[in-house]
Design a protein around this ligand. Structure first.
Ligand code: EPU
Length: 423
């Protein structure tokens, strides 16, 4: 059964909203449990669709998993299979991170084609080339790849381009293979840093996370750490802050790390959004001042995150003048701007990577379909600012990354409901 959100916009929000655990950290933590021969307890795991899919994949491989609130216990010692189920692999791109832990443990993996998705082609060549350097062989089949290795050995790998999940997948494999691996041109995202720290707490020998070079020396076994807590989701926190900014509201986002949001907060300064922060909260303050246009160029961390580009693009519709958006990471992530025009946005798409948004334009309610997590939530932002009612179809896409969004937004005053779609 498909669901829609119905949002009546142009309403101020007010109050406090707590950030959930980070999707892109929790997905990798779950994948990493494959490296352990004993149960691992992970806390602050968000209850979102992508996490449900990852848990289902691990269960289908043979893991025993229990969930109690935000606490997930994974016993991956019972895994016997290393064939990633095709139906689930195509649901979440993050399934590709399983390559590393499965290859390291079983020396065999079947990976169905993760395929492209609405935000871009998203190939997996960096993964394959790197595992081949470690000693693996891949055979292309009609539906994906079969990877095998007699033995994997530590080596030096230079990623041709910074890749978040390739860095994590290789780092995971390297903890349990022979010798020392040096990964160069690594992703420096907080999620990569958190994974490295948690694996080190479990006995892994990892150095250099948060810099472009990570060095890992394989160890015989990992021991479940006493505490493995997922950090707050910086993208979710940023999304809530933009919701507050566009509706000129007084909202405090709690349980977040302002340091992880420096690029967004700098843009708030450029646009003219007043805010204050403490080490774990950020408050947006209401203002009657007009918003200024800006230039956004997405970049790997610590640059402006591509995962907040659709959301800030919507905010730019309310700025005076021409804002420029340069999406450098994914070639499909500006497509949603065509749909944003239905709200009344004045958008010029120059090419798959560059667009201009000319403001400010009043937004009005409309009916749209959510193509992916971030574009979907960008439409929620537009709907909150728009006069009238907006219907956003295919809420599954949004729920892949945002936990109990309707309930949490309603608590801070949003007029939002989830309704079942009639066939
Ligand atoms: N790339 C290749 N070959 C590869 C791997 C990547 O050409 O083998 C390219 C990609 O096509 C892209 C660039 O490298 O142009 C960077 O992509 P990256 O590999 O860093 O992306 P990812 O690891 O697949 C993760 C997040 C994304 C987030 C990006 C960028 C997870 C599960 N996903 O994807 O999150 O946008 O990093 O930070 O961690 C989201 O949460 O909505 C989301 C899409």
């Amino acid at each position: 059964m498909s669901h829609s959100y119905m949002i009546r916009g142009a309403k101020k929000l007010h109050g406090t909203i707590r950030t959930s655990g980070a999707k892109n950290e929790a997905l990798k933590a779950l994948a990493a449990t494959i490296l352990f021969g004993e149960p691992v307890v992970i806390t602050n795991v968000p209850e979102i669709e992508d996490i449900k899919s990852m848990i289902e994949i691990l269960e289908r491989l043979g893991a025993r998993i229990t969930r109690n609130g935000d606490r997930v216990t994974v016993d991956a010692s019972t895994i016997t299979e290393s064939d990633i189920p095709r139906d689930l692999a195509t649901k979440i791109r993050a399934s590709v991170v399983l390559l590393g832990p499965l290859l390291a443990r079983f020396k065999h993996v079947t990976l169905p084609d993760p395929g492209g998705d609405t935000i871009g082609k998203r190939p997996i060549d960096f993964f394959l080339e790197a595992f081949i350097r470690m000693g693996a062989t891949f055979t292309k089949t009609a539906t994906g790849y079969v990877g095998t290795a007699k033995k994997l050995n530590g080596t030096t790998i230079f990623f041709p381009q910074v890749s978040h999940t390739a860095t994590e997948s290789l780092m995971m494999a390297a903890t349990r293979i022979n010798g020392t691996t040096i990964l160069k041109n690594c992703a420096m995202e907080p999620e990569v840093v958190a994974l490295a720290k948690n694996l080190r707490n479990a006995g892994a020998a990892i150095e250099g996370e948060g810099t472009p070079t990570i060095t890992i020396t394989g160890v015989k076994a990992l021991k479940a750490p006493k505490r493995w807590e997922i950090s707050p989701d910086r993208i979710e926190a940023g999304t809530f802050l933009i919701m507050a900014a566009i509706t000129r509201s007084d909202v405090t986002v709690t349980n977040c790390n302002p340091e992880h949001l420096s690029a967004l907060l700098l843009e708030f300064d450029h646009i003219g959004i007043p805010f204050t922060s403490t080490p774990s909260t950020i408050s947006v303050k209401p203002t009657v001042k007009r918003k200024r246009a800006t230039t956004i160029k997405t970049h790997e961390y610590p640059g402006f995150p591509t995962d907040l580009q659709p959301q800030i693009a919507v905010l730019c519709t309310q700025s005076d003048g021409m804002s420029l958006i340069h999406e450098t990471i994914f070639e499909g992530r500006l497509h949603f701007l065509e749909t944003l025009k239905k709200f009344g946005a004045n958008v010029i798409l120059f090419d798959p990577h560059r667009a201009a948004i000319i403001g400010s334009t009043p937004l009005r309610g409309t009916t749209v379909e959510s193509p992916d997590i971030r574009a979907g939530v960008a439409f929620v932002i537009a709907a909150l600012a728009a006069k009238g009612v907006t219907t956003i179809r295919n809420t599954y896409q949004i729920q892949r990354g945002y936990e109990r969004l309707v309930e949490r937004l309603a608590k801070i005053g949003a007029n939002i409901q989830e309704v079942e779609e009639c066939a």
